[in-house]
Design a protein around this ligand. Structure first.
Ligand code: NAD
Length: 439
């Protein structure tokens, strides 16, 4: 059932630190990106080689083949994965994504990211991730339900509130989590809401979860501004991706007084030097299906929009947006990484040379997993908090995470991303040392 992955070889030490000319495919490879950051942080910590081996190797990987009857009576077999990178600090935690191009390597990389993110947020979880190779765009709701239920049944022994807690990710949502929770509960003959997070409110979901990642970005932005002596009213923000993370961050940041001067989507960008009316822009998109043609701003080229002068650039769409090709042209002071992996390892070096203050993804977008943790706590308590309590506790944890990363950056003389990884590696390694190796 379990397989140990081969430790990725190939990139030279110089390349792994992002200083050298990585081949383009290597630059975009998520596992190599995770390795590059890991190597840099482990090196700066002077971490023991053996401990490094433990930390870079996933604890468990499961591949399942999911036979499902389609609506037209044909049988199809889908491939699904669940990887638990680490359970050193607590049960594994991480989303499940449905996409035609999911690979085990990608799931593996994302599961290690979850370990580091949970450690930076200082929540008692390890890291996990799951995926099913399928195209939700061509599947009916009932086909999706059957895939979800059979996938859940096939990974049943792997997951559980004390073992591994899945959540939504790309192309999965509250409904998929409700099916997973129900399948797990039916097999165990007891309703177990804490087995997944990101559930509907009526099934043990948490207030504030939907807004949590965007809210976390806003909190991190406010903390970053303090380092520059800037007020939100003096702060121009460019947001890429107007979905759950970017859309919510834009709403909350606009409410806090930031000037959202540009929003970039896959089909265009809209600009207003005086600040966009985000509520009106959302309404416009709801009506027309696009942010373009908005009366409260002017359309502009989406690539050029990324290079607009601004105080905060918030990439909140997808991975590999800030690369060795785009980073030299950025004109932001703060790069707030709402998306997972928006910046490649070689781009890190360029940003450092340009003096861009990076709030790395494992810190900036940790609001989501933090409120997922709150959801799990509330499910286990059977007592649900008000939205205000959720938001206050989220603020407290985001600020604490931000301060810890800044302290590491200062104490070790490193950039913020390396500091975040050093903090995470330190915390996970400490847990492993305390627990010892069971043999
Ligand atoms: P989403 O699908 O709700 O939103 C993404 C948005 O980006 C969509 O509106 C999409 O049209 C747009 N987009 C896609 N490609 C684009 C491109 N090339 N240029 C501009 N816009 C583009 O997804 P989301 O949940 O907001 O997630 C966004 C990112 O944040 C992902 O990297 C995700 O892994 C990460 N993230 C999400 C959460 C969460 O709680 N949702 C938590 C942590 C990290």
């Amino acid at each position: 059932m379990s397989t140990v992955h081969p430790v990725t070889a190939g990139a030279s030490e110089q390349e792994q630190t992002g200083a050298g000319p990585l081949a383009w495919e290597q630059e975009l490879n998520p596992w190599l990106a995770a390795e590059a950051r890991f190597n840099l942080a482990a090196g700066r910590l002077g971490m023991d080689e053996g401990l490094q081996k433990v930390l870079r190797t996933p604890a468990r990987e499961l591949t399942v083949y999911i036979p499902v009857m389609l609506d037209d009576g044909r049988i199809e077999v889908f491939t699904g994965y669940r990887v638990q990178h680490s359970i050193a600090r607590g049960p594994a935690k991480g989303g499940v994504r449905y996409a035609p191009d999911v690979t085990l390597e990608e799931v593996r990389a994302l599961s290690s990211w979850m370990t580091w993110k949970c450690a930076v947020a200082n929540i008692p979880f390890g890291g996990g991730k799951g995926g099913v190779i399928c195209d939700p765009a061509v599947l009916s709701q009932s086909e999706l339900e059957r895939i979800t239920r059979r996938y859940t049944a096939d990974i049943l022994e792997f997951i559980g509130p004390e073992k591994d807690i899945p959540a939504p990710d790309m192309n999965t949502n509250e409904q998929v989590m409700a099916w997973m929770m129900d399948t797990y509960s039916m097999h165990n003959r007891q309703t177990t809401t804490a087995v997944v997070t990101g559930k509907p409110l009526d099934l043990g979901g948490s207030r504030g979860r939907r807004e949590a990642t965007g809210r976390g970005c806003m909190i991190a932005a406010l903390e970053a501004l303090k380092r520059f002596g800037l007020e939100p009213g003096q702060t121009r923000v460019v947001v890429q991706g107007f979905g759950n993370v970017g859309g919510m961050a834009a709403v909350l940041m606009a409410r806090a007084g930031f000037k959202i001067v540009c929003v970039i989507e896959y089909d265009g960008a809209v600009y207003n030097a005086g600040g966009l009316d985000i509520g009106a822009l959302m309404e416009h998109r709801r009506e027309t299906g696009s942010i373009t043609g908005f009366a409260g701003g002017e359309d502009m080229d989406r690539q050029e929009a990324l290079y607009l002068p601004c105080e905060v650039l918030l990439p909140a769409a997808k991975e590999n947006v800030i690369t060795s090709r785009t980073a030299p042209k950025l004109n932001c002071r703060i790069l707030l990484e709402g998306a997972n992996g928006p910046t490649t390892a070689p781009a890190d070096e360029i940003l450092a040379e340009k003096g861009v203050f990076v709030v790395p993804d494992i810190l900036a977008n940790a609001g989501g997993v933090t409120v997922s943790y709150f959801e799990w706590v509330q499910d286990r308590m059977g007592y649900f908090w008000s939205e205000q309590v959720v938001n206050d506790r989220l603020t407290e944890m985001m600020v604490a995470g931000f301060d810890s990363v800044m302290q590491y950056a200062q104490a070790h003389g490193v950039h913020n991303r390396t500091a975040a990884y050093m903090l995470a590696l330190d915390r996970v390694a400490f847990a492993i040392k305390l627990r010892g190796l069971y043999a």
